[in-house]
Design a protein around this ligand. Structure first.
Ligand code: ADP
Length: 252
């Protein structure tokens, strides 16, 4: 039938347009990503080269304090580059489905207390509170769970530039543990919320904050590997709540 062929062609045409749009969005993300990697590596690399040249030129004649300051600056710059490279490796592993976790019996509250202590030490403008039971044990990958919540809490700090309260609320719901990180910062436009967990996605105020746009993608990779869920509720200008639901006893 002629009309059936016409209908099929219309559907194929719509699909082709959709694929082309998706491919263009991927290309744009890749371009932004390459620009970000080049930019984020060039800064610390320049620092490392500059300071090593100074150290070499003045070898044996440098004031010990100035020498120590130079070495600390080099170390910080190298750590910054290492962080980006580790994130890139995680991203690549998630992308090809080779992201492994090693679950063991751990106390989530102990991990979270450590994350709070570490993150609180980075800011005097925010007050981070942990609400939940004294102990909550389950089978999770210790380092990855720590990385996941470090990322969510450091984002809560980074995207609340005017400071304020940040809370981590933990509750046991049936056989899963739900942990929500709540801030009162800049929030996210609702139409962008679903894209946050894609790699290299940064929303709005890119110029105000530093970042690779990989953190939430890796966070989702960690949650998926634990058979959990991650989602966000946010109001622009009022703050965000990132929640993670993790099955308590993922088979070890
Ligand atoms: P990065 O922080 O390195 O840009 P992420 O993947 O951690 O990358 O976050 C992606 C984007 O999501 C951020 O650029 C920011 O726009 C937005 N975002 C993440 N967390 C928050 C938050 N707590 N409040 C507001 N925006 C956030």
């Amino acid at each position: 039938m002629l009309w059936e062929v016409a209908l099929k062609n219309t559907v194929l045409y719509d699909e082709a347009i959709k694929h082309a749009e998706e491919a263009e969005a991927d290309r744009q993300r890749l371009r932004r990503f390459l620009a970000m990697v080049a930019h984020d590596l060039r800064g610390p690399l320049t620092v490392v080269l500059g300071y090593t040249q100074v150290l070499r030129r003045q070898a044996g004649h440098m004031d010990p304090e100035a020498e120590l300051r130079a070495l600390t600056t080099i170390e910080n710059a190298a750590t910054q580059m290492q962080r980006l490279v580790v994130d890139l490796l995680d991203t690549a592993r998630i992308g090809v489905g080779h992201f492994e976790i090693h679950p063991e019996h751990i106390d989530l509250m102990t991990v979270l207390r450590f994350v709070v202590e570490e993150q609180q030490a980075t800011t005097t403008d925010h007050c981070i509170a942990l609400e939940g039971p004294e102990h909550l044990e389950g089978a999770w990958d210790h380092d990855r769970i720590s990385q996941l919540f470090t990322n969510l809490v450091s984002n809560a700090i980074k995207y609340s530039p005017r400071g304020g309260d940040i809370s981590i609320e933990v509750s046991l719901e049936d056989s899963e543990v739900v942990t929500c990180v709540r801030d009162h910062g800049m929030g996210i436009p609702p139409e962008r919320a679903s894209q946050l967990f894609l790699p290299f996605t940064r929303v709005g105020q890119e110029s105000l904050t530093k970042g690779s746009g990989l953190g939430l993608y890796i966070a989702k990779g960690i949650v998926d590997a634990h058979h959990g869920r991650i989602w966000v509720n946010s109001e622009l200008g009022r703050g965000s709540v990132f929640c993670v639901a993790l099955p308590r006893f993922y088979p070890v």
